[in-house]
Write a protein that binds this ligand. Structure first.
Ligand code: PGA
Length: 280
């Protein structure tokens, strides 16, 4: 069964100390649950400068858990063999790390920019692309170039789409979302895994959450469109909802048919609260 994908978008928040505390709080919650088995994958997208630290923290947790388990069973890690070791590491990995953006070129004279390839080197497995807070100064055309760049790397894009309040009121939101998909995904691109996050702009940071029917309508539309028009886009395909997700509403949102996970902004900044969303 597909594990729910729970993505934290920290935006321009938190520093080194806070991110260390975040991992400590999140993992303490796991340790407090006996024989915890995660039916979700959590992805933390912090600001660029915290990526390396978050990746190291996430792996430290995996190794600690592994050591404890092996010690309990009286098995020496050197005796395990590479394949078994990788399998066990993977089974303990609950936290992945992602970035909030990347540049569309691999390298070069682009002051202040970071490429997808560099992000992989820092431990990222995901990159958020085309968030509405970036689309203020990024066109569909630029988002498309970034997706082409990402398709050449072994990393998963999380493409954000979603309408403004004005477009929702005009009832042209499905056409608008279709145009975002058509104009930002090059036909023929192939990914191992592809994630689309439906994030209505009017819901981001406002506390206004669409009804389950409203979410369902758009999620189904995206699924149908990609199945028909973008055949072969990815081996694994996820559609998430994002916008004012909190521990109070996450269970209801995650229970909507075809919602494969959530993208969480404000409520992801505290490790404990984010954990509650993950297990909801
Ligand atoms: P929010 O942000 O959860 O604070 O509404 C979501 C997002 O912008 O991705």
């Amino acid at each position: 069964m597909k594990k729910k994908l729970i993505v934290a978008n920290w935006k321009m928040n938190s520093g080194f100390e806070e991110s260390d505390a975040w991992v400590a709080d999140f993992t303490a919650k796991i340790k407090a649950k006996k024989n915890f088995v995660a039916d979700f994958e959590a992805v933390i997208c912090p600001p660029y400068l915290l990526i390396d630290n978050m990746s190291a923290n996430a792996m430290d947790y995996v190794f600690e858990e592994l050591e404890t388990e092996l010690a309990k069973k009286g098995i020496s890690p050197d005796k395990l063999g590479e394949d078994k070791m990788s399998e066990m590491i993977l089974s303990k990995k609950i936290l992945s790390v992602g970035a909030q953006n990347c540049h569309h070129e691999e390298k070069g004279a682009f002051t202040g920019e970071v490429s997808a390839k560099m992000l992989i080197g820092a431990g990222c497995q995901y990159i958020i692309i085309g968030h509405s807070e970036r689309r203020v100064f990024e066109s569909d055309e630029l988002v498309k170039k970034k997706l082409v760049a990402i398709s050449k790397q072994n990393i998963t894009p999380i493409l954000c789409v979603g309408e403004s309040k004005e477009i929702r009121d005009k009832k042209t939101y499905l056409e608008f979302i279709k145009s975002q998909l058509v104009n930002s995904i090059d036909k023929g691109l192939k990914f191992k895994k592809f994630v689309i996050a439906y994030e209505p702009i009017w819901s981001i940071g406002t506390g206004l959450v669409p009804s389950s029917e409203q979410i369902s309508e758009v999620i189904d539309f995206i699924n149908e469109f990609c199945k028909k028009e973008l055949k072969g886009l990815a081996e694994e395909f996820y559609v998430l909802y994002g916008g004012s997700v909190s521990k109070k509403n996450s269970a209801e949102i995650l229970s909507i048919k075809n919602v494969d996970g959530v993208l969480v902004g404000g409520a992801s900044l505290k490790g404990e609260e984010f954990f509650e969303i993950c297990i909801s």
